[in-house]
Design a protein around this ligand. Sequence first.
Ligand SMILES: [Zn+2]
Length: 464
Amino acid sequence: MSGLVIRGGDLCSASVSGRFDLRCEYGKIVAVGREIGPEPGDRVVDASGLLVLPGLIDVHVHFRDPGSPERESFLTGTAAAASNGVTTVLEMPTSDVPVTTAARLERRGAHLSGRSFVDFGLYAGAGYDSLDEVGACARAGAIAFKTFTHRPKPARADAFEGLWAVTEPHLLQTMSAVAATGRVHAVHCENDRLLDHFATAPAAGAGFGERHRRSRPPVAENAAIATVGSIALTTGSRVHLVHVSTARGVDIAEGLRRAGADISVETCPHYLLLEEDTLDRYGSYATCNPPLRGRDARMDLLERLRDGRVDIIASDHCSYTAEELDRHAEDPCGALPGLPGIEFLMPSLLALARRPDQALADVVARMTSVPARRFGLTGKGDLVIGNDADLVVVDPRAAVPFSPDARFLARGSRNAVYLGDVELRGRAVATFVRGTAVFSDGAVAGSPGHGRWIRGTGAGRPPR
Ligand SMILES: [Zn+2]
């Protein structure tokens, strides 16, 4: 069988750093070293002057397929992933209908097999109203579970049915049920009663950004993290805190980890690269929950990333149509939260790694080896012999300036107007999933049936 040789690239992964060749066969890495000669029939990629990284693993995306094709689909979302060096995505359970039963999980897995350019895992939702199905969802292959600690807005109640547990007793029961499956439990932390309290705070004269920030201040997030982490000490949950935006939240999680809780902390590129002035300028186009924070908060979060207290960086990719975003241009309470990040994950990684206070290998680990270990993605996330040949060859200098007119693959990307102010560099030259090119020569390659559904087995381990 003909293989693949990647020559002369600068490899960077948890296990290898330096200029090496790499050979793959039967979808696996079979050699890493110097002067690896190609065998007859091998495809040879010259990676001189380029970076070679393990394919990125994005543990937090909302493509919603088959929920809202006008917003995003697995075809568009995973094409954008492939073009950016992302070789595995973990899809959240928010869809139409939400994935809260084993039958829905099976149906969704079957529907998406054949529609994905990259490998994927599927979350199931766990809420107080869907407790009975948690065990069955795990047996059907949920990669992990997701719970919200606040109620959805009435307009979105259907899409979030069975995905939330608000009171402490309900959270305790939901976390116990998920802990019994051995799966990672991803939790969106914002305290429901504090959100209610701040929703009624006076905001006369304040602009969109200020009103959004006041309605979801750091205390709501930090209080929920403390509650969830404290319950985890009792339930033995393997908690994954999604999109943490505050350094204090990271510190609280670290304290609970030292007390014995199994916790991983995720943040997103937008909390590390953008600040509240972006929200002020772009309003509903830059609205996410929790909101973008201030300069000091961002610097403190970057410090936690450098110190190794933030485990995972994920996009939390979430698309809406421009019409939906324009409809709530003056109304932060009605605005739909979420930013379309997957098509910008690689330049975000490199923007972080260019900072003098961050190291490339550390940032790469937070998008490759750490998520693979945490979520039990066996054979992924590192450039070692025997692993899946999930790789990306990257030109770290190539500029990828944002323009709303540029040709994007993800539907939501054109709405990422807030990135117009950020220097984005780092273009994938070629992306391989299990040795097969899914992106090369500037275009998506391969077939959308190549991506495999990875069923969860509960093999994940603590993040460090
Ligand atoms: Zn999300």
